[in-house]
Design a protein around this ligand. Structure first.
Ligand code: ADP
Ligand code: MG
Length: 141
């Protein structure tokens, strides 16, 4: 699907729709420029999955893991140019028994598990974003 959202709340609501289709072990790749709304999208999805803690950018910590009925992981690979096996070893536990959202998945391309859904966000103007979601299991989403 390919839609334009007019606010962060609309982006979060769209993410909640995707979240309703996700299961433990799913990986969601979330791509787009800085400020495109990747973290906003992950926040909406995490809320819908039952995360009650604040969901903030893990830019300076690589990853967060949140308790929820289905645990949620949120990784941001921005600072990594490309993963080596040692770095991947540190990241792998985030994918264990979670639904995992990965910002800057391009930086982990050789290592990341296959994405169940690929989300791409693009700036349209200050308040609008174009969001494409390709979902392997649900082309009708
Ligand atoms: P990223 O993780 O891609 O760097 P963030 O989600 O951290 O982006 O930030 C997106 C910024 O854009 C936020 O300040 C948010 O309020 C703003 N914004 C404006 N319009 C939208 C929209 N339609 N969807 C998502 N974010 C939006
Ligand atoms: Mg971000």
């Amino acid at each position: 699907m390919d839609v334009i959202t007019a606010s962060p709340a609309e982006t979060e609501a769209l993410a909640a729709r995707l979240a309703a289709t996700l299961r433990t072990g799913d990986v969601v790749a979330v791509s787009g420029d800085l400020g495109a709304g990747k973290t906003t999208f992950v926040r909406g999805a995490a809320r819908a999955l039952g995360v009650v803690e604040p969901v903030s950018s893990p830019t300076f910590t690589i990853g967060h893991r949140y308790a929820a009925p289905i645990p949620v992981a949120h990784l941001d690979l921005y600072r990594l140019s490309s993963l080596d096996s040692e770095e991947w070893g540190d990241l792998e536990p985030y994918f264990d028994n979670t639904v995992a959202f990965v910002e800057w998945p391009e930086h982990g391309a050789a290592w990341l598990p296959r994405a169940r859904a690929v989300v791409t966000l693009m700036h349209v103007d200050e308040s609008h974003r174009r969001i494409r979601i390709s979902d392997e299991d649900d082309p009708g989403l």
